[in-house]
Design a protein around this ligand. Sequence first.
Ligand SMILES: C[S@@+](CC[C@H](N)C(=O)[O-])C[C@H]1O[C@@H](n2cnc3c(N)ncnc32)[C@H](O)[C@@H]1O
Ligand code: SF4
Length: 417
Amino acid sequence: MSIITNLTRTWLTRSPKPFIFKNEYDEKLPFEPCENLGLYVHIPFCKSICNFCPYCKTLYSEEAMNRYIDALLREIRLVGEGHAEKKRVTSLYFGGGTPALAAGRMKELICELEKYFIITEGVGAELHPDNVNVQTLKTLKEAGVTKLSIGIQSFQEKYQSILGRKSVDVRAMSAALAEVSFETVSMDFIFALPEQTIDDLTSDIETAFANGANHIAIYPFIDFTFTKSRVRAMGNKQKHALLDKVTAYCAEKGYSRGTIWTFSREPHAGYSSMTRDNFLGFGCSATTLLREQFKINTFSVEEYIGRINAGKLPTSLTIRFTPRQRMLYYLFWTAYSTRVDPKDFEKFFGMQLKKMYGTELRLAKLLGFVKEENGVFVMTPKGAFYYHYYENFYTLAYIDKMWGIMRREAFPKEIRL
Ligand SMILES: C[S@@+](CC[C@H](N)C(=O)[O-])C[C@H]1O[C@@H](n2cnc3c(N)ncnc32)[C@H](O)[C@@H]1O
Ligand code: SF4
C-alpha cells in the first residue's frame, strides 16, 4: 500500500523527498497573506465513545470541557494578537468529538474569534443526534451557528447496532429541526458497511430529506488500524458499484454534488470544512494549512492545556513545503470539491496548472477521470470513485500512521511519510 502512495508522491512532487514533519513550530503564524482562509475549532468531548471512530476525542465531563474551552480562548488570543487588522476569513467550523456539548460556551468562542477575524460565510457545528433538541438548537443559533452537521451514520437498526450506536429518535429530531431553522442542516452517513445495499442507502437519504436535512454527507467506512472496530470493510468491487448507484440516484433526484462526499437538495446548502485553500485550526489535533507550511496540534488534551498555560502554541509537528509539495496539497484538497479551476491555481501559485501538471491532466482526461468544462477540470463519476479509492490508500498510508503515532506521543520528534 505504501509503495503506491510513495510512487505517487515521488511522481507528483517530482522528488523522492518524503513529507517530513518535525517537532518545531512558529510562535507567530503567518496567515495574513492567505486568501480564502477558513477557521476550524476542535472540541474533543463525547458522551460515549464509538469503536470505529478515529478522531481525537475523550469522554465528556463538564469540568474537563470548561478547562479545555478556557485554553481554547487563550489559543485564539495567542494566534490572533499582534496583527494590525482583522483578517477576513470564509467560514468557521466546530468539529469533534461532539461540539454541540459546548453549545453553552460557543458564543464566547465565536466572540473571541471575531476580535481577530471577520467571518463571511457562516459558522458550522457538528452534533450527535442526542443533541438535536430545541434548547440546544436555540443556544447554537443565538451563538451565531448557521450550519449543522448531524452524525446519523444510518437510520437502520441493523447498522446502528453494527456500529454500536443507539437508534435515532427521528420524530423528536424532525420536530426540533422544524422549530429552529438553519441555513444548512446536513446529516452524515457511513456507506460500504457489510452487505449494505443501494435500497438501504436511498431509504436513509430520503429519511434525512423528509426530516429536516437539506444536505447529506456519505462517507465511505474506513477501517483505521488503531481503532477497536470489528466492522468488516466492504470489498472494492462492491463499493464501486454502490458508490456509482448512489451517485446516479442523487443525480436523477436532482440533488447536486457539492464535494466528493456531499449532496444537497437546496442550492444554498453546503457543509465542508475541507475545501479551502488555507485554514487555521484551534484545539487539540487541529491542523493548520498555510502558504508554506502545514502544522498539527498535539492530540493530548492535558498537554494541549499545559502548553497553552505556559503561553505557547500547542503545535506538535510542522512540515515546511517544497513548492511541488504545496501544489500536491492544494490539488488534493481542491479535488474534494470535484472541480479544479486552472485560474485559481495560477492565482495561488503564479504558475499555470497545465505547465506544472499538463501530462497528468491529459492522462486523467484520457482515462475518463475528468472532463474540461469552460476551462475548468470537473471530475466524472469514474474519477470520483478512483479519488475515493486513492483517498482510502492515502488515509491508511498517511493519516492512519500519523494519527496512530500522535495518539501515543504528545510531541513526537519527527514523522516521515
Ligand atoms: C465527529 S463525528 C460527528 C458528530 C458526532 N460526534 C456524532 O458522532 O454524531 C464525524 C463523522 O465522521 C464519520 N466517521 C467517523 N468514523 C468513521 C470511519 N471509521 N469511517 C468513515 N467515517 C467515519 C461519521 O459519519 C461521523 O458522523
Ligand atoms: S463518531 Fe462522534 S460520538 Fe462517536 S466517538 Fe466519534 S466523535 Fe464521538
